[in-house]
Ligand binder design. Structure first.
Ligand SMILES: C[S@@+](CC[C@H](N)C(=O)[O-])C[C@H]1O[C@@H](n2cnc3c(N)ncnc32)[C@H](O)[C@@H]1O
Length: 276
């Protein structure tokens, strides 16, 4: 297990052009401290606490997990999950949206965590969506930010953003729709939706009738489309019900939910990708 961990760090360093992250350094330091790099003599090996071994085993298992996790397994695991030392508490996650202020983009409030601000650009680069559908525009900062990120990636994506109140932001890459997401057939009618090019990234950030919204997009979504449920810790019931109906067609993409440690995102177990 220690050898596998050490090897995984070496492989990772190759992908990173030889530059270690803080976490790579921490793993290498711990393996060395515990005499587990394979280069130390047996006599110099310190005694290892079972808790230290348990931690390495859990880290090793975490790193060898399947990227796309079945929704039911993931939910079950989350219920019994014991936080690893580097994983966030709920309070730390809350603070990552800002303590004194909220984040802004071009001066407009942006209601994302610091982690999600780092994750979305990677996800958008990988998925290269043709359409982003945002439920809940807020003051419009997130749609504008998505549009700027998309442009930086050289992608041709149009964003539709629905809210009860249309924000003041105007941008040709974004269509703001004033409407009620509890009545999606009116605010985003099938006639419009069916013509929107894939891949889609759908972001539920309005916190009302999540299950109805997920159902509305699930049928029309294609393989590789994403349904992202933000602030999902308060929507686990809806996610559970969605899983019972659509669990065989969607997986949790743990590359994004767990990038900074398990569920260090506002979309805990809520980055769903359609697989069939
Ligand atoms: C958390 S804010 C969105 C923040 C924005 N997406 C961001 O990341 O900066 C939630 C928004 O959902 C909107 N909202 C709440 N219920 C809604 C509904 N039924 N239909 C449409 N929008 C709704 C609210 O008006 C509010 O602007």
């Amino acid at each position: 297990m220690a050898a596998a961990l050490a090897a995984s760090v070496r492989t990772k360093l190759i992908r990173q052009g030889g530059v270690p992250t803080f976490f790579d350094n921490a793993i290498q330091f711990e393996l060395k401290r515990l005499g587990l790099t394979g280069t130390e003599g047996k006599e110099s090996r310190p005694s290892i606490e079972s808790s230290e071994i348990e931690l390495l085993v859990r880290l090793s298992k975490f790193r060898s997990r399947q990227r796309l996790a079945p929704m039911d397994e993931r939910t079950l695991e989350s219920l019994g999950w014991v936080r690893l030392p580097w994983e966030l508490t709920q309070a730390q996650l809350s603070a990552s949206q800002g303590v004194d202020e909220c984040l802004t983009w071009r001066g407009i409030p942006l209601f994302k965590t610091a982690f999600d601000v780092a994750l979305y650009p990677m996800l958008l680069a990988e998925v290269a969506p043709k359409t982003i559908l945002e439920l809940g525009s807020g003051p419009g900062g997130s749609a504008l930010w998505f549009a700027d990120v998309i442009r930086a990636h050289g992608l041709d994506t149009h964003i539709y953003s629905v809210d009860l109140h249309k924000p003041e932001v105007v941008d040709p890459r974004v269509t703001f729709i004033e409407g009620d997401c509890r009545d999606l057939p009116s605010s985003l009618p099938a006639a419009l939706l069916n013509g929107l090019p894939h891949p889609w990234v759908v972001i539920e950030d309005m916190h009302a009738e999540t299950l109805t919204a997920l159902r509305y997009f699930a049928g029309g979504a294609c393989r590789g489309d994403y349904l992202i449920v933000e602030d999902s810790t308060m929507k686990f019931e809806a996610l559970g019900a969605f899983h019972r109906e659509w669990g065989s067609a969607f997986r949790v993409d743990t590359r994004y939910t767990d990038f900074f440690g398990r569920n260090a995102t506002c979309s805990a177990d809520g980055v769903l990708v359609k697989i069939s």
